[in-house]
Design a protein around this ligand. Structure first.
Ligand code: PMP
Length: 359
């Protein structure tokens, strides 16, 4: 009798569902916090030239010095700060977790937050502790400090701004958490371009703090490039876990060039922020819709019969994210990524029709 996967695969993996990405062909795609704008034609043409010249027969340079220099300049890193590259920041979360995994090691975050924190912790065999946020999605500092004291986590991951709630946590509260943490703390600044606030400046003060960024929300989700920054002593150890060729030749070449066009990347982010404010106002004017403040490139909103509204929007060709059922604090919540003005108009029109249809 051939062995069945169920007999060998770890029970906690058998219990997981794979991260699913819904079919979105032909739809207004506002489900995944992507930047809706393509690169301008001159830069896209330059990307074409780079691809034509790339030595695809060679492995990528695992040190990626030119790209790292660009990233240092782009993020304004201090000379003593280290940085490590990942195939998206997802991979960096996994690298940190793999390095710290041992029986009983705890991965602590808040709930609700980015689902990959729990998923990766579970995959590598760590214990996951999710401290509930308050009902306004702010940090419950007392509960978080108590959990840190009780569980002694090997790592605390906090998204700043948080996904899927969109808010920035109180900086002073985060500093208290960093001060109290007995292990590593990683601040995930995936949405930094839409918020401005950062803990990069705190790296000088704390040797056990790392800050993570990604190019995904800056219009380069398809390239897959994440960056982890902080004390070289930590990054040197984490480098041992990173697979040597995780950032491919094309990604290195294209990212290096595109990062040189700060005006383009930050100009698009600024346009998205303006649209976010317009969309938030428009959503808030809809009867029965509660929209939450966001410092990211998406909006969380609450509406009666959220699941039906979500399905109805889908039938009308608009794909957003249904978060009802993810966490008690997200009951009847939906999340929409800020798109182009035209996409947002199509979303609002479809929403009005959907709200009418399910009422
Ligand atoms: N962190 C947070 C908070 C996110 O929301 C996301 C993407 N949804 C990521 C990290 C992963 O980004 P990427 O792997 O594309 O860099």
């Amino acid at each position: 009798m051939p062995i069945k996967p169920e007999q060998l695969i770890r029970p906690e993996i058998l219990a997981l569902s794979a991260y699913t990405v819904p079919e979105s062909r032909g739809m207004v795609k506002l489900d995944a916090m992507e930047n809706p704008y393509r690169l301008p034609p001159d830069l896209q043409a330059e990307v074409g030239r780079l691809s034509a010249q790339a030595a695809l027969n060679r492995y990528p340079d695992p040190r990626a010095p030119a790209l790292k220099e660009r990233l240092r300049a782009f993020f304004g890193l201090q000379p003593g700060t280290g940085l490590m590259l990942g195939n998206g920041s997802d991979e960096l979360i996994q690298i940190v977790a793999l390095a710290l995994a041992r029986p009983g090691a705890v991965f602590l975050s808040v709930e609700p937050t980015f689902v990959m924190f729990r998923m990766i912790a579970t995959l590598v065999g760590m214990e996951y502790e999710g401290v509930p946020l308050k009902s306004d999605f702010s940090l419950d500092l007392d509960a978080t400090l108590a959990a840190i004291e009780g569980r002694r986590p090997a790592v605390v991951f906090i998204a700043y701004p948080n996904n899927p709630t969109g808010n920035l946590f109180d900086r002073a509260a985060l500093i208290r958490i960093i001060e109290a943490a007995p292990g590593l703390v990683v601040i995930d600044e995936a949405y930094h371009a839409f918020a401005g606030a950062t803990l990069l400046d705190a790296l000088e003060r704390f040797d056990h703090l790392l800050v993570m960024r990604t190019l995904s929300k800056l219009g380069l989700a398809g390239l897959r490039l994440g960056v982890l920054m902080g004390a070289p002593a930590w990054l040197e150890q984490l480098e041992k876990v990173r697979l040597p060729y995780n950032v491919n030749v094309l990604t290195q070449a294209v990212a290096e060039t595109v990062l040189g066009r700060r005006d383009v990347l930050l100009g698009q982010a600024a346009a998205i922020c303006r649209e976010r404010e317009r969309l938030a106002r428009a959503l808030g004017q809809r009867p029965g819709v509660t929209v939450y403040p966001s410092q990211a490139n998406f909006l969380l909103f609450r509406v009666a019969q959220a699941r039906d509204v979500f399905e109805n929007l889908k039938q009308r060709g608009v794909l957003i994210k249904n978060l009802s059922g993810f966490h008690p604090l997200l009951a009847e919540c939906l999340r929409v990524t800020v798109g182009t003005p035209e996409e947002n108009e199509r979303f609002l029109a479809a929403l009005d029709a959907s709200l009418g249809a399910v009422a």
